[in-house]
Ligand binder design. Structure first.
Ligand SMILES: C[S@@+](CC[C@H](N)C(=O)[O-])C[C@H]1O[C@@H](n2cnc3c(N)ncnc32)[C@H](O)[C@@H]1O
Length: 523
């Protein structure tokens, strides 16, 4: 990932059309309301959003077997923000404000739904502003609140612009329930006007239609007399059949397209991702299948168009858009999501992770301090993910980083573990070192890294020195057990050169290095 305010475009995505604003082909960290407000009006061709559903659940992200952290919290409550947003809504769209007020009378404020609907509405108004007049929007939720959101969308986009209520049906484990199990999501498809991009999509032919196709090919036509429609394969044979009175004259000719049916609003052919064995899986709990996004993007955009996902999560939309030659904008309020998407793009589109520009992440000491003061969890996540460690949520709710590496001891390759924490004090204190030491013991870690804005004073450095050293690579490398990494190193990208000797990485590089340079390897 590359912290950027206005970097040149470096991704492999097609940029056929002139797209001049800075968000294009960038991942944007931050609350999408703030980011959407910086986007020009009428600048986006297609929006797909898979926001929280008001499910009253907390979703996780797992990073291998040892690390797991909260991805996002889908519990809603009424607060000062909701009052501010409701006022914004009143200024921008009186009708939807009236609708929300009516709905709010039905629910108690602590029900969560009013708070959720207000948060969604203020953002949907912004999405309507940034969408081009030929654009489309797909809102992916589930039946918990889809009917209320349909009313909200009718007000913002116009009821006449409603196109589909798509049911994405899937199978999978079913919890015990005293009602029919819920096995579909709802995708509301609206356009901004009557003139919009539409590329009809076809499904796969059924066995029945393939049989029909085969016999009709032999006959030369396939006629449905009752509906007055015919598919013509051999014009001479068809005209002969009309002359012989076998089929009526003046039938409407239709396109058989190899028996491939035009898709309906009932999507039961795209499977959910299932367990971790699925190659598409990134560890992001709410990840959607690529096939779902490919279908939407193909239907409602053309190559070179701009596709926006304001709740990008693991980056499914971004990967699908990039692969289909669209420009893209991804937004998310967590560093997990941004890092996950960047890693995914790098792996699947053959890009360098550091070449994927990200807007809104710290790019100097001041912006790093700002993030720390505004949102401690996100600051911790940013530092940990930049050091290529996996965020793990402790019982206390604080994030630590866990990183596993391969080490060579006593002629054996063994697993080593490193723990990363950010300091509470500035400069880091003995208490910070004590905490790190405790966590290292708890996680049976070999190495510890303490992230701080400034280097510790002499006293704390002595405490760190007393923790001793680790002999790695069969004793050939002597590495301090605890190392301090400065935030400056992280923003300058130099922090990846922390001292750790990773045999697995070495083996991958297929080259044996020697001397001090081995110790300061990039990991
Ligand atoms: C259901 S997940 C999206 C999953 C995604 N479709 C995928 O395939 O991985 C919703 C995402 O919205 C993000 N989110 C929630 N509120 C947000 C906000 N106000 N601004 C930006 N992102 C937000 C969460 O962090 C989460 O990653």
């Amino acid at each position: 990932m590359n912290a950027s305010r206005s970097l040149p475009m470096t991704t492999a995505t097609a940029t056929k059309k002139a797209t001049t604003f800075e968000h294009v082909n960038r991942l944007c960290y931050g609350d999408n309301l703030d980011t959407l407000r910086t986007l020009p009006s009428e600048s986006v061709d297609l929006i797909y959003l898979d926001p929280p559903y008001n499910s009253k659940r907390v979703y996780n992200c797992s990073f291998g077997a040892k690390a797991q952290a909260k991805a996002f919290d889908d519990n809603w409550s009424w607060g000062p923000e909701q009052i501010r947003w409701l006022n914004d809504i009143n200024d921008r769209n009186k009708n939807v404000w009236c609708l929300l007020n009516c709905l709010m009378k039905t629910f108690k404020r602590n029900d969560g739904l009013p708070a959720y609907l207000v948060a969604m509405t203020v953002r949907l108004i912004e999405m309507h502003r940034v969408l081009k007049s030929t654009g489309s929007i797909y809102l992916h939720v589930d039946p918990t609140a889809s009917h209320y959101l349909k009313l909200v969308m009718d007000q913002i986009f116009g009821g006449g612009n409603f196109k589909n209520d798509i049911a994405w049906c899937y199978r999978g484990m079913t919890p015990k329930a005293s009602y029919f199990n819920k096995k579909h999501d709802t995708i509301l498809f609206f356009t901004k006007s009557d003139e919009y991009v539409w590329n009809p999509q076809k499904g796969e032919p059924s066995e029945g239609s393939l049989r029909t196709y085969k016999s009709a090919m032999n006959r030369g036509y396939n006629a449905n007399n009752a509906r007055g429609m015919v598919v013509v394969f051999d014009r001479a044979k068809y005209e002969a059949a009309v002359r012989a009175g076998k089929i009526p004259q003046g039938m409407r000719e239709t396109d058989f397209d190899g028996g491939r049916p035009a898709l309906t609003d009932w999507w039961d052919d795209i499977k959910i991702l299932g367990g971790p064995g699925n190659k598409e899986r990134t560890g992001y709990q709410t990840q959607k299948p690529l096939a779902l996004l490919e279908r939407i993007i193909k239907a409602s955009s053309n190559e070179g168009d701009v596709v926006l996902d304001p709740y990008m999560g693991s980056g499914t939309t971004i990967e699908a858009a990039a692969k289909l030659g669209r420009n893209w904008i991804g937004m998310d309020v967590t560093h997990h999501a941004v890092a996950c998407t960047a890693a995914r793009l790098a792996a699947n589109l053959d890009l360098e992770e550091d070449d994927i520009p990200v807007i809104g992440v710290p790019f100097d000491l001041e912006s790093a301090r700002h993030l720390r003061d505004a949102d401690r969890t996100q600051y911790d996540a940013w530092a940990i993910l930049n050091l290529k460690a996996a965020p793990h949520e402790e019982k206390s709710g604080r994030l630590i980083g866990i990183r596993e590496f391969k080490d060579w001891r006593d002629s054996r390759t063994v697993d080593g573990t490193a723990i990363y924490v950010t300091s509470n004090d500035e400069p880091p204190s003995v208490t910070d070192v004590d905490r790190l030491e405790r966590l290292m013991k708890q996680h049976k870690a070999d190495l510890g890294f303490l992230v701080a804005f400034t280097m510790p004073d002499e006293f704390t450095l002595k405490r760190i020195e007393r923790l001793g050293e680790v002999r790695q690579n069969n004793g050939r490398h002597v590495i301090p057990k605890v190392q301090v990494i400065t935030v400056e190193q992280i923003v300058e990208g130099g922090a990846s050169a922390t001292k750790i000797f990773d045999v697995s990485r070495q083996q991958r590089r297929k080259k044996i290095l020697s001397g001090e340079s081995q110790i300061a390897l990039e990991v």
